[in-house]
Ligand binder design. Structure first.
Ligand code: FAD
Length: 469
């Protein structure tokens, strides 16, 4: 396709001419990729193989100035915009069909200040890269449980991880964020500058602008006790009941969650994943009752560096499989609820699928509910149903399995949802986004959207729509 043909199809309402595209290309430090150009297909691929969108053009940004150029170009030419950080969001909102994809993945700098225990990282960084650099100084902050997930999307939506009992969510550790807003300004948001924006960025996702730099607080994080306990499915009910009691009084340093998975041998099993963020000897003492209960079919807990804890689930989440996820926070989990999950897991059509029950405790709950846009600090458990398969022909059975379990667990739902686990709006429904924030926070976010993005330029996300003005 020529630049002129691209120019005709690129626009949502109007199209830039070939001269405008040429000017954009010439003004970038990074690269502009049009359809059929080398690198275009690789750049539009994301984690979830279900996503096969074809942006009319992709700007691969090398710095904040490229982001400003791309935002101004999209706004001036009335283009649909998508923003890609680590490319892990299952909804696939990072890649638009037609329009301009703003790809931040080349922006990979991570600069640690070991004296101040802070780090500045760009939005193309993934957690594995971030953790390596910070751990070189024996430091870390709360980050995602799979090392290939991007720091950008995860942090802007909240950011659950092993260290949240000790240090809160990833977004609770933000000191400042540099953001390109819809009008092309580069603003710094922190507790003392553009405070309203800073509030919204900590949970409000990509609605208010494009983050070009994140400054985080770091904490000393040393070698720790990590790994998993594996139980046969017929022991799931008694094990989860014990786990529920045990984790109500366990210290902040202990991060755990439950997952139903298929073992390499093909058996459906329950796994308790653990990470004790403290001295190994203390972790051995604290974990003893949990490790003795049952006993587990296999105990694979041992001392390991934090970067290894952060990678222990990577093999289960390779890029390029088909993913369909549904989730909800739970108001509680009783024996009957556990049995519903167990019965459903026994019928799972794909060995790659999983059910995770994530547990909130410690620092994440102590931070004031109104301090940031993230709204579910008081939750005890989050239920995440992960449908994952390799053959596109078996989509229907796998989607059905996820939806059936989600429906069956409806009586246990608190009605809330984690914004980063939401799928496409067409599937979830436009109202679901409100469940991520509750009515009061949602109203505050709508007002903030009206201030920073009144024309809804950044709409391909879990969208908070501005009031029609
Ligand atoms: C395998 C896997 C494991 C996961 N584990 C966790 C976990 O442990 N904890 C957790 O909290 N979540 C987890 N998630 C969910 C994750 O937080 C979201 O998918 C998140 O959006 C991923 O961020 P990303 O930058 O990789 O995604 P992308 O797909 O690149 O971005 C997602 C959206 O975020 C916005 N965005 C991205 N970058 C920017 C930016 N710089 N400025 C403005 N907006 C931006 C855009 O709206 C974009 O559509 C996991 C997801 C997967 C697939």
């Amino acid at each position: 396709m020529t630049e002129i043909e691209i120019a005709r199809t690129i626009g949502r309402q109007s199209a830039p001419n070939a001269d405008a595209l040429k000017e954009l290309r010439g003004g970038l430090r990074g690269t502009l990729l049009l359809q059929d150009e080398d690198g275009y297909d690789a750049a539009r691929k994301v984690y979830n193989a279900m996503i096969d969108h074809r942006p009319a053009a992709i700007v691969r940004c090398f710095g904040a100035d490229d982001v400003i150029c791309a935002v101004n170009f999209a706004r001036n030419n009335d283009l649909l915009v998508s923003v890609r950080g680590g490319g892990h969001n299952v909804s696939g909102n990072a890649v638009c069909d037609g329009g301009l994809m703003i790809d931040l993945s080349p922006m990979k700098s991570v600069q640690v200040n070991p004296q101040g225990k802070t780090v500045r990282a760009e939005p193309g960084v993934i957690w594995g890269e971030f953790d390596r650099e910070t751990q070189a100084f024996g430091l870390a902050t709360t980050g995602g449980l799979v090392s290939t997930t991007g720091i950008a999307g995860l942090t802007l939506g909240g950011g659950l991880g092993w260290l949240m009992g000790s240090h809160g969510l990833a977004s609770d550790n933000l000191i400042s964020v540099d953001v390109v807003t819809a009008d092309g300004r580069l603003l710094t948001a922190s507790k003392s500058r553009n405070e309203d924006l800073f509030w919204g960025l900590r949970g409000g996702g990509g609605n208010f602008g494009i983050a070009t730099s994140f400054e985080f607080q770091l904490h000393p994080v040393g070698p720790m006790l990590g790994g998993m306990l594996i139980y046969r499915l017929d022991k799931a009910v008694e094990t989860i009941k014990f786990y529920d009691d045990f984790t109500r009084t366990s210290p902040d340093e202990l991060g755990t969650f439950l997952a139903f998975v298929t073992s390499p041998e093909g058996e459906r099993v329950l796994v308790i994943f653990v990470c004790y963020n403290g001295a190994v000897e203390a972790g051995e003492r604290i974990l003893k009752p949990l490790r003795q209960f049952g006993p587990p079919h296999a105990d694979m807990i041992g001392p390991m560096p934090y970067v290894q804890v952060q990678r222990m689930m990577d093999d289960g989440f390779p890029a390029g499989r088909y993913n369909y996820w549904k989730s909800n926070f739970l108001k509680g989990l009783d024996e009957e609820g556990i049995r519903i999950i167990v019965d459903h897991v026994a019928k799972v059509p794909s060995p790659h699928s999983a059910v995770a029950i994530e547990q909130f405790s410690g620092a994440v709950k102590r931070i004031g509910i109104n301090e940031t846009a993230f709204n579910h600090r008081n939750a005890r458990y989050n239920l995440l149903i992960v449908g994952m398969w390799s053959d596109p022909a078996v989509k229907a059975a796998n989607v059905k399995w996820v939806r059936d379990l989600w429906d069956a667990m409806e009586p246990y739902s608190s009605g809330g949802v984690y914004v980063n686990y939401l799928g496409q709006e067409a599937d979830e429904g436009a109202e679901r986004i409100k469940s991520a924030y509750g009515p009061e926070k949602y109203a505050r976010l709508v007002a903030l959207k009206g201030k920073y993005d009144p024309a809804n330029l950044f709409r391909l996300n879990q969208n908070i729509r501005p009031m029609p003005g």
